[in-house]
Design a protein around this ligand. Structure first.
Ligand SMILES: *Cc1c(COP(=O)(O)O)cnc(C)c1O
Length: 373
């Protein structure tokens, strides 16, 4: 075969729904020499990753570690371990990722009760309460905290309480929220949670931080049936990521180096300072768009800082605008999905991307696309 030349990625400003920009020190970490996955030095690093993940998730859960795979692997991990065929589960659906949760839960054999909300709006606690009233023995309630497909942030504390009052576990998707806005595993009583590396943690895609609390671990330990997925079985993974270090699979070594460094960067900045930077970035983008007469389309009062659903102005060919942003300005943004296709452009301000100079660069380029440069 004709050998292709070395692949040189073009320079891009990643302002879509993920991946986000990656700090130089994280790229450096990725390039360090690969160790064996049971090397004592790698094991020591794994312990540090676990400790830093607990700090970022704000939890004391010992079972907090990165699943090998992207955010969707974390989703499968939670559902595969907690659901047995025939279990009743309640899932909030207000966008793509709630829809995906339903699909994954059904593949695990769950009988799913959906709590649908219009895309762009939050899942209301009262709607979850009504749904729970109709389910005899709910095993779990699952919600997407930050819906990346629509830009809405659902408050979860009340929903967590409702789940527990109904005797169910509370499962939360924080793929886009972790590292960008407050996530409180212990204070909110979250039993099982997953995230991803490539959104507000600003690490390349490839790992999915997860945490199981005591109630979730008990449910997984007392299953009547084997977890259908061997790869994601928490009972097997706990011997690998726990104290015993029994070989299960080979952890993606260099991805774990990258996550180690990305978590150091997050904690060095400080969570509160990082959240504030995301909030300020959202406000700056919103103000800049307002000058162009453009608003954020998601529900007022619940707009995500890290993913902005920019309303498409009348007469703009948004697909052409996105193509031009990429080709001419090197800026990647995301398209609207499902019912929001053609109605919004998704502008991510996640992690390293959430900086004033990037917002200024986007606004200048977007003005040009609007013919107002
Ligand atoms: C991106 C995302 C996922 C899926 O993560 P992948 O890394 O693409 O597998 C799941 N949930 C939410 C809310 C997301 O934003």
């Amino acid at each position: 075969m004709h050998l292709p030349p070395v692949f040189e990625p073009p320079s891009r400003l990643l302002m879509g729904p993920g991946p986000s920009m990656v700090a130089p020190s994280v790229y450096t970490a990725l390039a360090r020499p690969t160790l064996g996955h049971l090397d004592p030095e790698f094991v020591r690093m794994m312990e540090e990753v676990k400790l830093m993940l607990r700090a970022v998730f704000r939890t004391a859960n010992p079972m907090t570690f990165p699943v090998s795979g992207t955010g969707s692997a974390g989703m499968e991990f939670c559902f595969a371990n907690l659901i047995e065929p025939g279990d009743e589960v309640v899932v909030g659906v207000n966008g793509v990722f709630g829809t995906r949760m339903v699909d994954v839960a059904e593949r695990c054999g769950a009988k799913v009760t959906r709590v649908d909300a219009p895309w762009g709006r939050i899942v209301e606690a009262s709607a979850v309460r009504d749904a729970l009233a109709k389910v005899s023995k709910p095993k779990l309630v699952a919600i997407v905290h930050a819906e990346t497909s629509t830009g809405a942030l659902t408050p979860v504390e009340e929903i967590s309480r409702l789940a527990h009052d109904a005797g169910a576990l509370f499962v939360l998707d924080t793929v886009t929220s972790l590292g960008g806005c407050p996530v409180e595993v212990d204070a909110w009583g979250v039993d099982a949670i997953y995230s991803g590396t490539q959104k507000c943690l600003s690490c390349p895609p490839g790992l999915s931080p997860v945490s199981f609390g005591p109630r979730a671990l008990e449910v997984a330990a007392k299953r009547r049936t084997k977890v259908q997925s061997w790869y994601l079985d928490v009972n097997l993974l706990s011997s690998y990521w726990g104290q015993e270090r029994v070989y299960h699979h080979t952890a993606p070594i260099n991805m774990n180096y990258a996550l180690h460094e990305a978590l150091r960067v997050v904690l060095l900045e400080g969570l509160e300072a990082r959240f504030e930077r995301h909030r300020q970035s959202h406000l700056a983008l919103k103000a800049g768009l307002a000058e162009l007469g453009i608003s954020i389309a998601s529900q007022e009062g619940h707009q995500l800082w890290q993913l902005n659903a920019v309303g498409v102005p009348e007469g703009l060919d948004e697909a052409a605008a996105r193509r031009r942003l990429l080709a001419e300005f090197g800026i990647e943004v995301g398209a609207g999905l499902g019912p929001l296709k053609g109605k919004i452009i998704r502008v991510g301000l996640m992690g390293e991307t959430a900086r004033p100079e990037n917002i200024a660069r986007f606004l200048a380029a977007f003005r040009a696309c609007l013919g107002r440069g």
